[in-house]
Ligand binder design. Structure first.
Ligand code: ATP
Ligand code: MG
Length: 729
């Protein structure tokens, strides 16, 4: 080991390390320059944890002489991983190609690709994303003809994933007594067999297999222990059991973990993350150096005080308080909207003001609790002609037509992929009806084989002549696509497949705008393929592209870098920062989510999520809630979230919809009202032509009184009250 002669205050540094240490405070330097021992950085939001991790990586390579190959860096999303690599390379001033940086899933996948044989997989194994997994489970349950048909596929999926996340195979579960549990265990086993046969690996399986790879292969483990001497993990508070187990086994007695995390930001308990890992770390890794960072560099004093006050309501905390040397900044603005459209209009208006003053849109984030909330913002943004990008929701690789094309490509790579076979065997329609597919399925099941093989066997016997011909045609199509595109560039291969499979023609025939959009998306897939570069030579580029599509689907976004407003859930905002943040839909039942109300630990997790959202803001934070909200097609009246009440009132300022009006208006908006009706803001009204709506605003006096009404179908309109003939509802 090289001596750490570069420590500040030491005798003349061996290497000039000011580029690593400048811009770090004393505590941060302590962590970055720590001697070779386990390190846990336990620190609040915006205190520089990620920064410290990046600088530690540079320090290890530049000062300690660790080769890039000796580091393994793990972060939470692909986006964060790409950023981390970029920041490390920028610090070092050179590319670090051999450095492994990725998400747990990405790294596990990389290992399994290299060691597929030791992991007991087929070489061309493909990844099932969670929607494909559900489809496969549905089909499986249906084909089994269970006496008890009450098995809920989503529940079964959750059960299977949970077991895998805890490292349990069906054989570890046999002892259960309970009937449902027994049934689930047996279905878990059947599911495993189906995946095995089809060469399919779901997300949870990636992690479990990678863990078993360590447990079952001593030599391999010894090799990687020797190689990865330093393990760097960001967002450690959100690791689940299997991820932590994987890290611990890899570290063994000699590996050096450098983990950073914040117990107050643990927000994936519902997906199996275990905050206890933070508590147990020092016990598991003797001689741990724990560093705490409490100075926040991100947010204004006001935002920080609000975050501190909010999280103080949680009881299960390791306890820490953030402070900043910066100014208090502006108060936090709270806007009570009438409904979700009004809420969206408000946000758009404020963003427009910001842009008008020269601000960039991509410095502004709109955060919400559930993906479905993005719709009302998207509508308002489209109306306003403002560019935006939604993170999450239906992503490119998750779109139906893209999955159709990928299914063809997957079959080319692996004929036994049942999920893909079923998806496209009759798409476009080629005369293979549900009955024939049913027969193939039954045969495959009875003979423990794949649908592809079943099809081959049944062409001569077991299908009607017409069906047999059609099935034969399909098998020939796939074989010939595989043969004729062999050796093609990836994008040529994709292009040929979308043409010759008949998918393009199928969607073109549709004639609708939607069909056209699908054709364009398929063409976009060719573009995506053209831009794809494979990192691994051992496998076909196609196989790697398909894995990339499945892994990216979790968060994939086009790389378009134009200046867009950022829309995302609070979960996906973890680790990011924005000048301006709108936290929207702060309503009881929505945030905190109704699932967690009444459950103490669930409520604490919701509050941590609110803390995460709050601490994303650098300069200005807006909180909005609506009195009435239509979500999933149902109108609900709602009450402001308890989280707003938990903030010190002196930090808040209420935004009023219009300066001339204070709300609620107790009196009739105009004494000269022709109907004599009392129009209050927020009042529901009916118009003869425009239908039902809500009064948003009111201007003028007497006969000139004008009302702004937001109609459900017609949008917002200004009406002269004297002529509008509005009926109060
Ligand atoms: P989170 O908990 O949200 O992930 P974090 O603890 O990882 O936050 P960083 O994202 O690393 O915090 O840092 C927050 C911001 O503060 C970044 O903009 C970072 O560049 C800046 N920062 C961190 N440390 C310093 C410092 N010593 N001097 C100046 N700026 C700093
Ligand atoms: Mg961070």
């Amino acid at each position: 080991m090289r001596q750490n002669g570069a420590h500040p205050g030491g005798k003349g540094p061996a290497v000039d390390v000011s580029f690593i240490l400048d811009g770090l405070n004393e505590r941060q330097r302590e962590a970055v320059t720590a001697p070779e021992q386990p390190v846990l950085v336990l620190a609040g939001a915006g205190s520089g944890k990620t920064r410290v991790l990046v600088h530690r990586a540079a320090w290890l390579m530049r000062v300690q002489g660790v080769s890039p190959q000796g580091l393994l860096a793990v972060t939470f999303t692909n986006k964060a991983a790409a950023e981390m690599r970029g920041r490390i390379e920028a610090l070092l001033g050179m590319p670090a190609a051999n450095l492994w940086v990725g998400t747990f899933h990405g790294l596990a996948h990389r290992l399994l690709r290299i060691h597929w044989r030791e992991a007991g997989l087929v070489q061309g194994f493909q990844i099932l994303d969670s929607e494909d997994q559900l489809r496969l489970i549905k089909r499986m349950v249906k084909s089994m003809d269970l006496e008890d048909s009450s098995v809920e596929p989503k529940e079964l999926r959750a059960f299977i994933n949970k077991q895998k996340d805890e490292g349990r195979r069906p054989e570890h579960l046999e002892a259960y007594n309970d009937h449902t549990q027994r049934q689930f265990v047996s279905l878990y086993k059947t599911y495993e067999e189906t995946c095995e046969r089809s060469g399919l690996v779901d997300f949870a399986e990636l992690l479990l297999r990678a863990h078993e790879l360590w447990l079952n292969n001593d030599e391999l483990l010894a090799h990687y222990r020797n190689r990865f001497s330093h393990l760097l993990v960001d967002e450690f508070q959100d690791t689940n059991t299997i991820q932590y187990a994987w890290l611990r086994v890899l570290a063994g007695n000699s590996g050096l973990p450098f983990f950073v995390g914040d117990d107050d930001q643990s927000i994936y308990g519902w997906r199996g993350a275990r905050i206890e890992h933070l508590h147990h770390f020092a016990r598991h890794f003797p001689n741990t150096l724990t560093v705490r960072l409490e100075q926040n560099y991100r947010s204004t004093g006001t935002i920080l005080k609000a975050a501190n006050a909010l999280i103080a309501n949680n009881s299960e905390r390791m306890g820490k308080e953030l402070w900043t040397a910066g100014d208090d900044g502006e108060p936090i603005s709270v806007y009570s909207a009438f409904n979700e459209r009004d809420e969206a209009e408000f946000v758009v208006g404020r963003v427009r003001d910001w842009v008008g003053q020269g601000g960039r849109r991509d410095e502004v984030a709109v955060l919400y609790r559930s993906n479905a909330q993005s719709r009302s913002f998207e509508e308002a943004l489209i109306n306003a002609g403002m560019p935006y990008r939604v993170y999450g929701g239906l992503r490119f690789f998750e779109r139906a037509e893209i999955k159709d094309a990928l299914a063809y490509l997957r079959l080319i790579e692996n004929r036994d992929d049942d999920a893909s076979f079923e998806r496209v065997v009759n798409l476009p329609t080629r005369g293979i009806g549900a009955r024939s597919v049913e027969l193939l399925r039954a045969y495959a099941r009875a003979n423990a084989t794949s649908m592809w093989r079943a099809a081959g066997a049944m062409i001569g016997d077991g299908l009607t002549r017409r069906a047999a011909n059609a099935v034969h045609g399909f098998l020939r199509l796939i074989e010939s696509l595989a043969e004729s595109t062999h050796g093609y560039e990836l994008h040529e291969q994709v292009d040929t497949v979308i043409q010759r499979s008949g998918l393009i023609e199928h969607f073109e025939k549709d004639g609708s705008e939607r069909g056209q959009a699908r054709v364009e998306n398929l063409q976009e897939l060719v573009t995506a393929a053209r831009g794809f570069t494979a990192e691994d030579d051992d496998l076909s580029t196609l196989a790697l592209f398909l894995s990339h599509a499945a892994l990216e689907a979790g968060e994939g976004q086009s790389t378009d870098s134009s200046d867009c407003l950022q829309l995302m859930t609070m979960h996906s905002a973890k680790g990011l920062e924005f000048s301006i943040v709108f936290m929207c839909g702060l309503e009881e039942g929505l945030f905190p989510h109704r699932r967690s109300v009444g459950d103490a630990s669930g409520m604490e997790e919701e509050r941590r999520l609110c803390y995460v959202g709050t601490t994303r803001a650098m300069k200005k934070l807006y909180l909005t809630h609506a009195e009435q909200r239509r979500l999933h097609g149902v109108d609900n009246r709602s009450f402001p979230s308890r989280f707003i009440n938990e903030l010190p009132p002196e930090l808040l300022e209420e935004v009023r919809p219009s300066l001339s009006i204070s709300r609620p208006i107790q009196q009739p908006a105009s004494p000269a009202s022709t109907t004599g009706a009392a129009f209050k803001l927020g009042q529901r009204v009916r118009h003869g032509k425009f239908g039902d709506g809500i009064v948003l605003n009111c201007e003028g006096h007497g006969a000139h009184t004008r009302l702004q009404v937001n109609f459900e179908t017609e949008g917002t309109k200004w009406l002269v009250m004297a002529y509008a003939n509005l009926e109060v509802l």
